[in-house]
Design a binder for this molecule. Structure first.
Ligand SMILES: [Zn+2]
Length: 349
């Protein structure tokens, strides 16, 4: 593709600055995974909730995971401090401020209602606080934010159906549904009927697949759930036919490099396959997943990944362009961001 600017003229030592200032979209982040230890402690105190860590420092030290499950155990403990509508607002607002500082123009945030409704917190409380933060972000921060409701795949499809029913009164406050939590042993087809129902309702569909699970899970997310995006999908490189399918159908992959490193999906960041995904023509994007737990928000993911893998300025542009293309924003907004991105690169000296 020919670009209206010369990326080869951008020296490698200026690349970190460009990665920071370029406009971008974040398509894969779990709002509960943005809870910093300081906010967990503040909310625990405000709500009189006891958590099994003596201090902010002790909690931060516990963030040394060996796999997805060991992370999820701490993640659910952290979420237990969220009780009121204001708590959900404060959590989302803290993230959206961080996103704005990283020049994120569009944020599609996952939330896990079952983590809260199982504790007796109402759907109205959860969605109400998150949605109010999204509305305020548009005017106060210039971030276009939207919500995607995720079903926890380690729970039953029946529970997912109940969650959907509880959320339908707030249908205008979220744009789609996803599938997250423990992947292995919980293949996408377990949720075939609830995704079919969501499709009838006109909701956007995404699913985590091919993070730790096999390429077969990516195939069934596409063919059984009929998702529009694959969250993670990094295991797809093991299956050439799947790579062809993802490229041909322009299915975006929401890749999360620091998450993959922290959860040992790749032993080192230098071995990450993001460059391979881009070379194969896939709509790969960079995202932070659970930024408070995995050591970095959007720009940190870009900076560390580029430093470790040697990706260049053209690939930076491609990743930002992919993030807008892969978003569920309207056509006019996508064009505006693409123009802004081109201007950012063209005027970078
Ligand atoms: Zn995720």
């Amino acid at each position: 593709m020919s670009l209206p600017f010369d990326t080869a003229a951008i020296p490698a030592e200026r690349l970190p600055e460009l990665l920071g200032i370029m406009p971008k979209a974040e398509l894969h982040m779990h709002i509960e995974g943005s809870l910093e230890p300081e906010l967990i402690f503040a909310l625990a105190q405000r709500n009189g909730v006891t958590i099994p860590y003596a201090s902010v420092e002790e909690l931060r030290k516990a963030y040394a995971f060996t796999n997805l499950q060991s992370f999820l155990d701490i993640y659910y403990a952290g979420a237990s401090v969220l009780l009121t509508e204001q708590d959900f607002y404060d959590m989302a607002w803290a993230y959206l401020q961080r996103a704005a500082a990283d020049n994120v123009r569009r944020a599609e945030m996952f939330f896990d209602p079952q983590t809260h409704t199982e504790r007796g917190v109402s759907m109205a409380t959860v969605i109400g606080g998150l949605h109010r933060a999204c509305v305020d972000a548009k005017t106060a921060l210039g971030v276009d934010a939207a919500l995607i409701l995720c079903f926890l795949r380690h729970l039953s499809e029946e529970s997912a159906f109940e969650t959907l029913e509880q959320a339908l009164p707030f249908r205008d406050q979220f744009i789609g549904v996803g599938l997250d939590s423990s992947e292995v042993g919980h293949p996408p087809e377990k949720f075939a009927r609830v995704f079919a129902r969501c499709r009838e309702l006109g909701l956007h569909l995404v699913a985590h697949a091919g993070e730790e699970g096999p390429p077969a899970y990516v195939w069934s997310a596409l063919d059984v759930l009929k998702v529009e995006r694959i969250d993670h999908g990094v295991q797809s490189t093991k299956d050439p036919a799947l790579m062809k399918r993802l490229a041909a159908d322009r299915i975006p992959l929401t890749v999360c490099p620091l998450s993959n490193l922290k959860l040992c999906v790749f032993p080192q960041l230098s071995q990450h396959n993001l460059g391979q995904l881009l070379d194969a023509g896939l709509i790969a994007t960079v995202n932070s997943d659970d930024p408070a737990y995995f050591g970095g928000y959007m720009n940190e993911n870009f900076l560390q990944t580029f430093a470790a893998t040697g990706l260049d300025a053209k690939q930076a542009w491609q990743l930002a362009a992919n993030s807008f293309e892969g978003s569920f924003a309207d056509v006019a907004a996508k064009k505006q961001w693409r123009d802004e991105l081109a201007h950012c690169f063209a005027s970078f000296r």
